[in-house]
Design a protein. Sequence first.
Lengths: 110, 114
Amino acid sequence: RKEVEQDPGPFNVPEGATVAFNCTYSNSASQSFFWYRQDCRKEPKLLMSVYSSGNEDGRFTAQLNRASQYISLLIRDSKLSDSATYLCVVKTNAGNMLTFGGGTRLMVKP
Amino acid sequence: DTGVSQDPRHKITKRGQNVTFRCDPISEHNRLYWYRQTLGQGPEFLTYFQNEAQLEKSRLLSDRFSAERPKGSFSTLEIQRTEQGDSAMYLCASRSGFNSQSQYFGPGTRLLVL
């Protein structure tokens, strides 16, 4: 079983739609959580950190459920430019590496 | 551009050859990471440096792989006797040690072993 699991998609949504991605992680010692965005053939870029109380950045909302070891990302009012792969990422405080999920691909259509 | 830079961006080599990649982190970042990413997968951790010290290595890093960061600034990743299974994107990331867990990635070096 992978340490971080994501539905690979693709999620095909029309412009303006709301879309949600979920992610589960297996290591209960995970302490830091992130969503990264990766465009085709480009490097991953930090989208947002995920805090225990949940957090919002414009059209993006991230939630963390430590009890269920579950992270979510909600994108409202989808734009064509949101088309990308969204990577769920966790980190334990003991280790220094990031552990990535396989990514969820989003395609926003006109 | 003050981001993470990597060189070369692309490398094609024949099986059995040695290759070396370079990473220049963001200048004030003392922590540097190497990851490998294959098609359809997320990046996988290879190794980590704090300043010049290599503090962590993944089991993915076979004895054909070696990484250095001699002066605590740029880093090199060498693969000896390349195999077709080494074909991947090699990503470098850096982060500041001060109250930030966020890692910033370079554009990667795409390796193809024929």
